[in-house]
Design a protein around this ligand. Structure first.
Ligand code: PMT
Length: 406
């Protein structure tokens, strides 16, 4: 997938720089052309000779290549040469410089000159990563069009454990392959998608939730991104990971948080899909302390959560495609049909808990697609990623139809 791709890699001063050596090896093995720029601090962590040997090109560090002859490294040409610029590891300091447009070394000059897409793979200690200043810089860079390959969780060089480790070289290489292979059907289109369960706290240690694992929703996010769409995935708590250049995940816990995250982004979406299993009710009060075991019976007072899909359906603009899921145990088609009308869906995907291998948790699903115009399609039991691919095809067609009817 990376054959012939020109990748400009910036390496900053972090212990994670040792992983960049493996990354370069993986990319060169896939026949990508790699040019490395390092900062002064990076050279303290990894030898330029190692990176030059692996990339098969001299490593660039300063503006001047040879001060005696006046030979210089042309940062503008580097920015034009690359199909993609990747800064890995990207330190908190370099992210801050990128966010404010500072230009104090060759790497920053190449970044500011780059006309190609730019991605960063941050690496730092967990408190640095969670610091509001770093998060502000990350948001700023995303708003500037930079892709962020999120750091992973685990043991850190400080001995602490948490989020901040640079993504593994294999994950970054796969991210790059996905970046270059995304098809173009939905290029430039924005998809807003919900996935997973919501959890509704009862007290500081307990909550109400359901069995959704997020597998169906994450498969959809992947399928939309593979079709070239920019996906905003509003995800309830799940143990899945999705590293895709076109997918940005907003994690939420409760239905109210999911509602807010969806409403904030609704107007910019071309396709909206509600795959999350949203709790219909939440405790009226969250007990501030753990509820003690005293009485024989305990009654929870619940209040209705906002119906996210119904509200989105009311606010829908003519060009937007709106779809949802129905998980039913009885009167399946009739209930799904009513939901489609009530929530103003163009398509509802019906999955039943009565079908083996369908619904929560499985890697497979068996669904019936019910369309607003009365059409239906019964799919056999399929892997969730295949179901997702078929749903994306249908939604793409619906989007095309809507944009032709002006
Ligand atoms: O996550 P997995 O383990 O892979 O399982 C996948 C799934 C079974 C969760 C998924 O395929 C699915 O069916 N999701 C929707 C489940 C559901 O909550 O259905 P519902 O019939 O209660 O809701 C109908 C639609 O309204 C859904 O699109 C739902 O997201 C939406 N809704 C519901 C309630 C609410 N308050 N707000 C909503 O937006």
């Amino acid at each position: 997938m990376l054959k012939g791709k020109k990748i400009l890699i910036g390496v900053c001063g972090s212990i994670a720089a040792y992983k960049t050596a493996t990354l370069i090896r993986l990319l060169v093995k896939q026949q990508a052309e790699v040019q490395v720029i390092i900062t002064d601090a990076a050279a303290d962590f990894i030898s330029p000779l190692t990176l030059a040997t692996l990339s098969k090109k001299p490593v660039l560090k300063h503006y001047t290549a040879n001060s005696e002859t006046g030979e210089w490294n042309n940062h503008v040409a580097l920015g034009l040469w690359a199909d993609l610029m990747l800064i890995a590891p990207a330190t908190a300091h370099t992210l801050a410089k990128m966010a404010s447009g500072l230009c104090d070394n060759l790497l920053m000059a190449a970044y500011l000159s780059a006309r190609c897409p730019v991605a960063v793979a941050p690496a730092m200690d967990l408190d640095m990563w969670h610091h509001p200043a770093t998060q502000r810089n990350i948001s700023r860079l995303q708003a500037d069009g930079c892709y962020v390959i999120p750091p992973g969780e685990g043991e850190l060089a400080s001995g602490l454990s948490g989020k901040g480790r640079m993504a593994e070289p294999e994950q970054i290489a796969q991210w790059l392959s996905l970046f270059f292979t995304a098809s173009n059907w939905l290029k430039g289109k924005n998809v807003l998608l919900t996935a997973g369960p919501t959890i509704e706290p009862i007290d500081p240690v307990r909550y109400i939730t359901n069995h959704s694992t997020g597998k169906m929703g994450y498969a959809l996010a992947q399928a939309f991104a593979d079709a070239g769409a920019s996906v905003r995935l509003i995800s309830g708590p799940v143990s899945l990971q999705l590293l895709h250049p076109l997918v940005q995940i907003t994690p939420v816990h409760t239905a109210r948080q999911m509602h807010q995250a969806v409403m904030e982004r609704l107007s910019q979406a071309d396709i909206i899909v509600h795959c999350a299993a949203v709790a219909d009710y939440a405790p009226a009060q969250i007990a501030p302390q753990k509820i003690k075991k005293q009485e024989e019976r305990l009654t929870l007072d619940l209040v209705k959560n906002p119906d996210i899909a119904a509200e989105a359906g009311q606010r829908l603009q003519w060009h937007q495609v709106h779809a949802g899921f129905a998980l039913e145990t009885d009167h399946e088609e009739a209930n799904a049909h009513q939901k489609m009308l009530r929530k103003n869906f163009d398509l509802i995907v019906l999955n039943s808990l009565n079908q083996k291998g369908a619904g929560f948790g499985h890697d497979t699903n068996r669904v019936t697609l019910l369309f607003r115009d009365g059409k239906r399609e019964d799919l056999p039991l399929l892997p969730k990623n295949e179901v997702a691919r078929i749903i994306v095809q249908h939604l793409t067609q619906l989007l095309q139809t809507k944009s032709h009817v002006v």
